[in-house]
Design a protein around this ligand. Structure first.
Ligand SMILES: Nc1ncnc2c1ncn2[C@@H]1O[C@H](COP(=O)(O)OP(=O)(O)OP(=O)(O)O)[C@@H](O)[C@H]1O
Ligand SMILES: [Mg+2]
Length: 365
């Protein structure tokens, strides 16, 4: 039934599976240019940070695809827990000669840079470490040593929004070596449309059919162009359309779909590995300072306006009251997309409160 359904749009599969495919990467033009320039100029350390689902891993995988013909690349999906593991990570990629094997020779941490220099041999190594917010201090120190001693290397670390703060607090000497800082937030409207189109065309469909233009507008407004949310929302809409046997996905379907309880949403097996974890205390702790502060304010008082919230924030950090309110509004928007806060229109203003799931976390805290 499922494949039959997809075939009416010429699809051979569900386009909105949460998988990472470099060919489907879209948008983030400035960020992409910045990281490419960083590598082309042979700078040493770049940092990419953004919330879960914003596309950090996608961007690294895209870079890997883009550069693998010209540069040796090493992508590490998680930082090791102890520095010794770097030896295995590098020797698995660059290999050990027959004689060295026979003599049971392996580089030590101290001789590793020398080993890498010989292997890389004047080419420029692109070394990427994902989930870098999990790096401990010892490993961070060795990363710095490696980057200092490998002659031709660009290290790109990627992690959650707390990464910049973590590095600054943990190892200043590392922080000082970061020359490019790239923040991933959300896609522009045009790129959100492009993402949907690419996904549909990749499974054999045409353009953005069956989504109408206004449906795409609504998807963008509701998700804020946040990639993982865009995919999840499109997926839900397709399932709703499937259940109702609709040929076209119109805004009215989108309104309907809000009533579809989450538990009825069919989820493909593959989705599981990439789906964001349900909000946990840890996730709140991972948020940037101001987001956390706003959640704390709302945990003490329900239903506040952005103005009310900004008055409760430390106003000294803003240039003016207008700045504070605008910034609060932006942060609230982000928090709403991530399911941390909800809002209601009351008169002319929107009032904000924590979502029930988040509220519970604060009660437990
Ligand atoms: N720029 C993009 N273009 C197209 N698809 C994207 C883009 N960014 C992210 N996606 C899609 O959104 C989903 C989430 O992206 P990704 O896993 O790269 O996020 P992440 O920032 O690494 O998240 P996490 O912190 O949870 O690891 C993936 O399914 C990916 O295919
Ligand atoms: Mg990731």
């Amino acid at each position: 039934m499922k494949s039959e359904f997809y075939s009416k749009w010429g699809w051979i599969a569900n386009p909105f599976i949460l998988k990472i495919d470099p060919k489907l990467f879209t948008g983030y033009h400035q960020q992409v240019d910045a990281v490419k320039l960083h590598i082309a100029d042979k700078h040493k350390i770049a940092m990419i940070y953004g919330p879960t689902g914003s596309g950090k891993t996608s961007m690294l995988k895209w870079l890997e695809e883009e550069l693998h013909e010209t540069n040796p690349i090493l992508y590490v999906s998680k930082p090791p827990q102890n520095a010794e593991e770097f030896i295995g990570i590098f020797t698995e990629t660059f290999g050990i000669s027959f004689w060295q094997k026979l003599l049971r020779w392996k580089p030590s941490l101290q001789t590793l840079p020398d080993y890498i220099n010989k292997k890389v041999n004047n080419q420029h190594l692109v070394f990427m470490v994902d989930e870098a917010h999990e790096t401990n201090k010892e490993v961070l120190e060795w990363l710095r040593v490696l980057v200092d001693q490998i002659e031709n290397v660009s290290l790109i670390i990627a992690g959650l929004p707390r990464l910049p703060e973590k590095i600054r607090d943990e190892l200043e000497t590392f922080d000082q070596r970061i020359t490019t800082r790239i923040e991933l937030t959300a896609l522009e409207k045009e790129d959100t449309k492009e993402l949907i189109k690419k996904r549909i065309e990749a499974v054999g469909g045409s353009g953005t059919v069956p989504f109408t233009d206004s449906a795409i507008d609504t998807i963008f407004t509701r998700t804020g162009g946040f990639p993982r949310e865009v995919l999840k929302m499109c997926g839900r809409l397709v399932h709703t359309a499937m259940d109702k046997d609709l040929n076209v996905i119109e805004v009215s379907d989108i309104e309907d779909h809000r009533e579809v309880p989450q538990s009825n949403v069919r989820v493909d097996e593959q989705v599981v590995t990439f789906s964001p974890k349900p909000p946990s205390k840890q996730q709140i702790d991972d948020l940037p300072y101001k987001q956390r502060k706003i959640l704390e304010i709302l945990s003490r008082e329900d239903w506040l306006t952005p103005t009310g919230i900004s008055e409760r924030l430390d106003a000294k950090t803003y240039k003016s009251k207008g700045h504070a309110i605008r910034s609060t509004n932006n942060i609230l928007h982000r928090l709403m997309i991530d399911g941390f806060v909800q809002r209601e229109a009351r008169g002319k203003a929107f009032m904000y409160a924590l979502t029930p799931r988040i509220k519970i976390l604060f009660v437990e805290k």
